[in-house]
Structure formats: structure tokens, C-alpha cells
Design a protein around this ligand. Sequence first.
Ligand code: SF4
Length: 482
Amino acid sequence: MTIILNNNNYKYETEAVVKLFIPAVRFNFLIDERDADDDVIMTRMKQCGAYVYFYAYIRENGRVMRSSCKTEAEGFDLKNGEFLMCRLLFLLLCRFFDTKPRWGLLTGIRPVRKINLLLQKGLTESEIRKEFTEKYYVSDDKTDIAYRTAMVQQPLLPSFDKKTVSIYISVPFCPTRCSYCSFVSHSMDSAFKLIPAYVKALCRELEILGEIVNSKGLKIDTVYYGGGTPTSISAEDLFRLMKKTSECFDLSSIREYNVEAGRADTITEEKLAVIKEMGATRISVNPQTLNNDVLREIGRRGTAEEVLRAYELARKLGFDNINMDLIAGLPTESFESFKNTLDRIISLEPDGITVHSLTLKRSAGLYRNGRENITNPACEMVNYSIEQLTGHGYNPYYMYRQKNTVDNLENIGYARPGRESLYNIYIMDETQTILGAGCAASTKLVDENNSITRVMNYKFPYEYINRFDELMTKKDEIRNFF
Ligand code: SF4
């Protein structure tokens, strides 16, 4: 499929709208229709006298549809033009494909942040709902879940304080790579040898960050160990990292300390004991599904029985805030199987349950294997999870969307009241500075105008280790920010 941008520069926005209808496809971009293939989508913008005219056109398999609108040239600006063009194209594609994406024209990844901003501007609930449904064509049910999530977040959002930061620490290793995964996570087999050098470099980075934090008088609010799967490394290495964390930062007044234990096949009593002893207050034990056939299909070693054992073990050791992640739309998983998983997980009474929707990034094995167009009942699964979780005392408290997600669905974290992860809210709301350590970690420096400066670490462990000194020169940017 070719996208022609005639007399306009709305490439990113046009592609985002088209992907709502034609996901997981690479598009050619042209500026002139004469060079195009048979299947095209075209947008054109042209000022003529007192008006600016917008035109959208689609031709696929010989079927053609077009639409146009105009606005007064006086007072016109490109931002306004971008919205008009996207709306025109969106409505045309709705007609052409006879469908209406439930998130409507909202292509951004943070619908709840949008609501928080509208609340800040003083809009009422009905004005916000109207803006979502009438301006952006978001369905009533998606507007509702986003609004409910914003309401849970409101009292938990950080007030802006440049001196309060959270820390993210990356452990980018996993025992095997799940077929849908696009994160930087090397399988143990290929990366095992890198772990000692990685842990050493990460400890050094924690020291450097600790020095910045302490010299600038910063206060640590939350800590998050993610990956990868932090419990992929040995109990000794985990201890080394967490001990270093508590030596480098004053954790005496933190409000939350997360460790993503993640995959049950990496969880041992010894590791859980280390995590507990070193002060973690919240962990995740992530089944994704309790169907062993599906677990095998997605390349996850380990079984549902191991997940249940790990969960029981964590409870026995006294963890009182455990989250469990599920994925709706996994290949070969039926609605009944998902329902069975969710019902069993709810009966365990974890403190939080996060329901992700399957996303296929280009780097994922599943995508490369050409299975991206599998149809599945993800939407039904997500609807069931909303109904069941909210009916069992779990409140939606954070939400985000990703590109190339099955049916354009969302990811929602639910928790029992008081068990919400503050870090998850802050990372999505982007109002608190987060200092990242480890490979692929990004530091987000938020200033008083809410503008964000990102400082990225290298993506792969070998780069992180080998170019460590070079990387550390970037820390001046962080130092100078405070
Ligand atoms: S456990 Fe998570 S990070 Fe690791 S391979 Fe699977 S999806 Fe990727």
C-alpha cells in the first residue's frame, strides 16, 4: 500500500490513522500519485481563495472512495489542519472498511494522560466525555474505562517537585525469548557470559547516579527493577545489585520498591528472600496465561503449576503486594482458555492484575514468522477482563496503548484500593523525573514546564559494558539538569 501526501507534511499522523485500519504493514510514501501502485491512500491540502481544502482518497483492489472538506483560510494553522486532515481520513476509512476503531482518532499511547490534562484545564466530566466521543470518536466504553482510570489516578498523581525522582534499574536477561517479545532481552544461553560484567557495570552506574542524587539533595520516591526478568540472574547477583542500590541511595522514605519477578521459571525461594530482605514492597509474578499449551506455543519455558507455586511461595514469604500480568490475544488461545486463566487468577486474590493486549512489534519472532494476521478473540477477552476485574474490587489505575496491538486494544493495570503501583502511574503521566540505570534504560528529566529531556543508555548489554565510560559522559546532562 502506498500513501501519497500531496501538498502536506502530515506523514506521521497520516500513517498513525491508516494503521488503525491496516495494522502491521510497511507503507511507501510518495508525494505524487503518478508514481503510485494500484493500492493507494492519498491526502491533499490546498488553499484556494478564502478556504483551505482537504481531500482524502483510497483505492484498494479496484474499489475507490473519496471525501473532502474545507475550512476558512483566515486563522488557519498547520496544527488545526493536521486534525482536520486526520479526521477526514479517519471517517473515510471507517466507511471504506465498514468499521469504527474503538479508540477513534486517539492514536497516542496515553489516553488517560489526556484526561488528566483536560481535568487540569478545568473541564467537567461531561465535557471530557463529550470531547472524547464527539471530537475524537472514541467509543463510550473506552471513554468510560479511561475516565475511571483517571479518577483512580487523580489523588495519586505526583505534584511536580524537581527534587523528587524515581529510579528504574534494568536487568535485560530472560531464560528464553517469548515469541511476541521485542524487548531487549537476551536468552540466557547467549548472554549468560555477560552477566558478571553487566552486574559490575550496573553497580558502577548506580554509584554514579547515587553521587548525583546525593550531591543535588534529591529524594527518591519509587524504585523499579524491570527488564527482561530481573530474577533471571542468580540470587547472589540480585543481592549484589539490590545491596548496591540501598548503599547508593537513601531509600528510607521511598513509597514503593518494585521488582518484576516476572517468569515463574526464574523464581526461587532464595531469590524471593533476597528481594524481601532488601526492601522490595511490590513484586510481579507474571503467568501471561495458565494454559500450558499456549505457554509452549509462545516459547515460554515453565508451566501454570510453577506460576501457582511461585505465587504461593511469595505469599508465604510475606509479600503483601503481588501483581500478576496476563496477555489477551496470545496465539492459539481461545476465549474460554483466557476466561479460565482470568477466573483462576482472580480466585488467588493477587493485589493487582495487569491485562496486556498482544502487540506485535517488527522485531518479535512471532511477527517475523508471518503470524501477525492471526485473528483472535482479544477484544472479547479484554471486555471480559474489564467486567470481571471491576466486579471483583479491582480498579483500573493505569493504562497505555501501543502500536500494532491486536484490534488497537489497550493495556490496563488493575489493583485493589491502596495497592496501585505509583511508578506505573508516574511513567505514564510523565510528570516525575525517572533516572534509568542499565542497558536500554532511559532517563526522563521533567522540568517545571513539563517538557521532557531523554537521556538514553545503550540498547544491548555488550554495548553497555564495552562503551560504559563513553556512556557515563552523558551523565553530565543529568547532573546539570538539577
Ligand atoms: S519474559 Fe518478558 S522480556 Fe523476557 S522474553 Fe518474555 S516477554 Fe520478553
